[in-house]
Design a binder for this molecule. Structure first.
Ligand SMILES: NC(=O)c1ccc[n+]([C@@H]2O[C@H](COP(=O)([O-])OP(=O)(O)OC[C@H]3O[C@@H](n4cnc5c(N)ncnc54)[C@H](OP(=O)(O)O)[C@@H]3O)[C@@H](O)[C@H]2O)c1
Length: 273
């Protein structure tokens, strides 16, 4: 990937992707960020050596790729102002990480621009362990696809989806998923504390179990998740007792209901912006 990357926004997501690019070897002089206030910009400049400005127009003018990393609610105002200053995004690949703003809507806000990719990342991107679902506008060239992959790789793993609706499914499966895992972990820690354990020990134990299980799954691609579960479940044993209680409370059904609510909300949000 050649050329300059300009991030609009200096929050969690811009910091995660910009930080990942610099730590994976991209020259800091090729990365720039803009936001209304200097506070976060100054911190990113100090940490990464990238250039920063409070002017979105100055930021994107000579960029080859522009990453839109602002909240969905401010996207319209932000792009309207930007386009009135620079006129066109011609020659630039535009990547949006904003939830709920479709390629069609982005194209409209960008005066009919078509070189657009949508990202649906998640917060583990902050530590380089993100999962990003990506959707490319129809007809995007190979160079643009490779550039998007390089930027997504800077924050972890990625996967292309074939239809834009699938971005909403990715939101349910990974975009929002850290919160689901944290909720389950919270309940486990609360149980440990209710049995007399101190909070720190309970959290250390729960985290250890979670990290180990996830790494075991990652390192065992030849096994299904059901096989991994069965490998720790002897009939009549302790794990079996726990899983029977989970099934009785319809945990799998509850999880699927939650994912459906998430996906439905993502689809509704696409109509709002
Ligand atoms: N966090 C997640 O888990 C997650 C997951 C998937 C997708 N996303 C998407 O990622 C996007 C960014 O989220 P985030 O968590 O990084 O948000 P964030 O930490 O709140 O950062 C938002 C940034 O936007 C800047 N900003 C506000 N108005 C602006 C403008 N007019 N021009 C330029 N910059 C402006 C803010 O600047 P100041 O600092 O100066 O106020 C701030 O740096 C959102 O659209 C969200 O939907 C987030």
């Amino acid at each position: 990937m050649n050329g300059k990357i300009a991030f609009i926004g200096a929050g969690n997501m811009a910091g995660a992707f910009a930080g990942g690019l610099v730590s994976s070897g991209m020259a800091p002089s090729l990365v720039s960020l803009s936001a209304p206030h200097m506070e976060k910009l100054d911190a990113l400049r100090a940490r990464l050596g990238v250039s920063v400005t409070t002017s979105n127009a100055d930021n994107v003018r000579d960029a080859d790729t522009v990453v839109l990393a602002v909240k969905p609610q401010v996207m319209e105002k932000c792009l309207t102002e930007l386009m009135s200053e620079i006129g066109s995004m011609e020659g630039k690949l535009v990547i949006s990480v904003a939830a709920g703003i479709t390629v069609e809507r982005l194209s409209e806000l960008l005066g009919g621009h078509r070189r657009i990719v949508r990202f649906m990342p998640n917060t583990p991107a902050l530590i380089g362990r993100g999962m990003t679902g990506m959707f490319a506008a129809p007809g995007l060239g190979d160079d643009d696809l490779r550039t998007a992959e390089k930027i997504a790789s800077a924050a972890g793993k990625w996967v292309w989806v074939k239809t834009e609706d699938e971005i909403n499914t990715v939101t349910a499966l990974s975009g929002s998923s850290p919160a689901y895992f944290f909720m389950i972990m919270e309940a486990m820690v609360e149980y440990g504390v209710s049995r007399g354990m101190d909070g720190k020990s309970a959290r250390d134990i729960v985290e250890g179990g979670a990290i180990g299980s996830i790494l075991l799954a990652e390192k065992s691609p030849e096994k299904t998740l059901a096989e991994l579960r069965e490998a720790v479940t002897s009939k009549g044993g302790t794990t079996f007792a726990a899983l029977e209680a989970f099934r009785k409370g319809n945990l799998p059904g509850t999880v699927k209901d939650g994912l459906k609510a998430c996906e439905d909300r993502a689809a509704e949000m696409a109509k709002l912006f």
